[in-house]
Ligand binder design. Structure first.
Ligand code: ADP
Ligand code: MG
Length: 476
C-alpha cells in the first residue's frame, strides 16, 4: 500500500519487496533483479487500472525476459500479442517511461516443439497406424447450434471472437481453447458452433463433440468390452475434440488418465481441442494438476451473464425461430425479470407461447403479466444480490465482475457503492454476507459504501437520480 502511494508521489522510486530503489541513480542494464521488480510494479499498476478479468486473461500471463539490457514482454500466442498491443501497450509504455525504461518490446513465444511430458510408447501414433474410422452420429455437434444464431454482446464478446478464430484456423493458435462460465450462458452452443463451422468448411474433418459424462461412460465401456485400443485410436485420430462440461471428470482418476493421453496426442499433432467448464481450470475439483496446467496452456475465456440488450435480442430471435410474434416492449419486460441465464429466458418464452396458444390471445404486456404471474411475484418479492449486481452493472455499463473486483477507479467504485447500498436496503442479508458477495469484502466496507451514497444523495443530483431509478426498477 505504502509503496504504491509513494510510487505515485515520486515517479523515480520503484519497489522490490519492501525496499525502494531510485532508478535514475542506477544503471539499469546490470540490475536484472531491479528490472523484474519493475515488472512486478508494472503489474500492480495495470491491475488497478483495468477490469480484473482483462487483467487475468491478458496481462497476468505475460512473461518478462531481460537479455542484454533489452526487455521483452512475451505473449503466449498471437491473439494475446494482438490484444495486448492494441489495448494495453500504450499504457504499459507510458508506465515504462516513468520508470525511465525505453527499450521494451512485446513479442510472441515461439511455438513449443514438444510437450513437457512425452507420450508413452503405448499410445504414440505413427501415420501408418491411423485407420480412418467413421465418427458416428452421436459424436457430431448438433447443427442447431451455430454461429448464425449465437447472439453476441459484451458478456461473450471475447469468447465469440476467439471461437470464430478457432473455427477458421483450427489447431493453429489456441489449442486447447478453454471456455468457462455459469450454466445456460452458451458454452455448449458456442463450442458446437465451432465444430459445425469446421465441418462446413471441410466435410471430411474428423470431429467429436462429447459430454464429459458420456466420455467417462465410454471409457468404462471400452474397458468392459475389451475395445480399449480401438477407443484410444478413435480419439487420437481426430482433427477436433470438443469435450463439454469437463468438471464431470472430477474425482475420476482413471478417466482423467485416459483423457490426458488423448489430449496430449491431439495437441502434439497440432489438432484442436476445445474444453468447456463451469469454472477456471485452477478451480476444477478433483482434477489432476497435470491436466489443469494443460487446460490452461492455450487460451482460457469466460462467458458472463448476458446484459439486458443482449437478453432482449436473444428473446426476439428465439421467438422468431419459434414462430411467435413478440413485441419489443414485451421482450424488454421479460428480459428485465429473467436475468440469470439464457436457458431460463427460453423456458419463459415456451411458457408464454403455451399460454397464448391455449388462450388464443396475442402476446402483449398484459397477457404476459398474467402468464408469468407467479414468476413476476416471486422475483419481485425476492430481490437478490445477483439481481442488484446485474442491474447496477447494466445501468453503469460495466460488468458484474467489476463490482466484485479490486478495481478502485472511480468509474467502478461508485457503482459498487451503489450496489452495496441497494443490497443493504432491499435484501435481508447481513452486512458481512453482502461484503462477501462483493468480492470477499469486509462488512465495514459495506457500511462505508452506504454512508457515502446516503450523503452524496443529498448533495449530488446525479447520484440521487441514479439511486431512485435503480430502486424503482428493483421494486417494480
Ligand atoms: P451452457 O452450456 O453454458 O450451460 P447452452 O449453450 O446450453 O449453455 O445454452 C443454453 C441455451 O441458451 C441454448 O438453447 C442456447 O442455444 C441458448 N444460448 C446461449 N447463449 C446464446 C447466445 N449468445 N445466443 C443465442 N442463444 C444462446
Ligand atoms: Mg452446456
Amino acid at each position: 500500500m505504502t509503496s504504491k502511494n509513494n510510487c505515485k508521489q515520486d515517479k523515480n522510486l520503484i519497489f522490490i519487496g519492501k525496499k525502494s530503489v531510485r532508478i535514475d541513480r542506477i544503471h539499469i542494464n546490470t540490475l536484472g533483479s531491479v528490472m523484474s521488480g519493475f515488472w512486478e510494479e508494472m503489474l500492480l499498476l495495470i491491475k488497478k487500472e483495468i477490469p480484473i478479468q482483462q487483467y487475468d486473461t491478458w496481462i497476468s500471463k505475460l512473461e518478462y525476459i531481460e537479455e542484454n539490457s533489452k526487455i521483452s514482454i512475451v505473449a503466449r500466442n498471437r491473439m494475446t500479442l494482438d490484444w495486448v498491443k492494441s489495448r494495453f501497450w500504450t499504457q504499459i509504455q507510458n508506465h515504462a517511461q516513468r520508470f525511465k525504461i525505453q527499450d521494451i518490446v512485446l513479442t510472441i513465444k515461439p511455438a513449443p516443439q514438444k510437450l513437457a511430458i512425452p507420450l508413452s510408447n503405448e499410445i504414440t501414433i505413427t501415420p501408418n497406424e491411423i485407420r480412418p474410422i467413421q465418427v458416428t452420429r452421436p459424436f457430431l455437434p448438433n447443427p442447431k447450434f451455430n454461429f448464425g444464431n449465437f447472439v453476441q454482446g459484451k458478456s461473450n464478446q471475447l469468447a465469440h471472437a476467439t471461437a470464430l478464430q478457432v473455427a477458421d484456423q483450427p489447431g493453429q493458435q489456441y489449442s486447447p481453447l478453454f471456455i468457462y462460465g455459469g450454466v445456460g450462458l452458451g458454452k455448449s452452443h458456442l463450442c458446437q458452433a465451432i465444430g459445425n463451422h469446421i465441418l462446413e468448411n471441410n466435410r471430411s474433418s474428423k470431429i467429436s463433440y462429447i459430454h464429459a459424462e458420456k466420455y467417462t461412460h465410454d471409457v468404462i465401456n471400452a474397458y468392459k468390452t475389451g475395445t480399449f485400443s480401438e477407443f484410444k485410436k478413435n480419439y487420437q485420430q481426430l482433427d477436433l475434440l470438443i469435450i463439454d462440461d469437463i468438471q464431470f471428470l472430477g474425482n475420476k482418476p482413471r478417466t482423467q488418465e485416459e483423457f490426458f493421453y488423448a489430449f496430449n496426442a491431439l495437441i502434439e499433432a497440432k489438432k484442436q481441442v476445445i474444453i468447456t467448464s463451469d469454472t477456471v481450470p485452477q478451480e476444477l475439483k478433483g482434477m489432476e494438476n497435470r491436466l489443469i496446467s494443460r487446460f490452461d496452456s492455450g487460451l482460457t475465456v469466460l462467458i458472463e451473464p448476458p446484459e439486458l440488450e443482449m437478453r432482449v435480442v436473444i428473446l426476439i430471435n428465439k421467438a422468431k425461430s419459434m414462430g411467435i410474434s413478440l413485441p419489443e416492449d414485451v421482450a424488454f419486460i421479460i428480459a428485465r425479470q429473467v436475468n440469470s441465464n439464457i436457458r431460463e429466458l427460453e423456458g419463459t418464452l415456451n411458457r408464454i407461447k403455451a399460454y397464448s396458444e391455449f388462450n388464443r390471445e396475442p402476446i402483449t404486456v398484459d397477457t404476459i403479466k398474467i402468464a408469468l404471474k407467479d414468476l413476476f411475484a416471486h422475483k419481485l418479492k425476492k430481490t437478490t444480490i445477483p439481481i442488484i449486481q446485474s442491474l447496477v452493472a447494466e445501468y453503469y455499463d460495466i460488468k458484474v465482475s467489476d463490482l466484485c473486483s479490486k478495481n478502485r477507479s472511480q468509474r467502478i467504485v461508485r457503482p459498487r457503492h451503489m450496489a452495496m447500498t441497494l443490497a443493504k436496503e432491499l435484501t435481508n442479508l447481513s452486512l458481512p454476507a453482502i461484503g462477501e458477495a462483493f468480492g470477499h469484502r469486509d462488512h465495514t466496507t459495506v457500511l462505508h459504501a452506504n454512508q457515502k451514497i446516503n450523503s452524496l444523495k443529498i448533495t449530488d443530483e446525479t447520484i440521487q437520480r441514479d439511486y431512485l431509478s435503480l430502486q424503482m426498477q428493483l421494486s417494480k
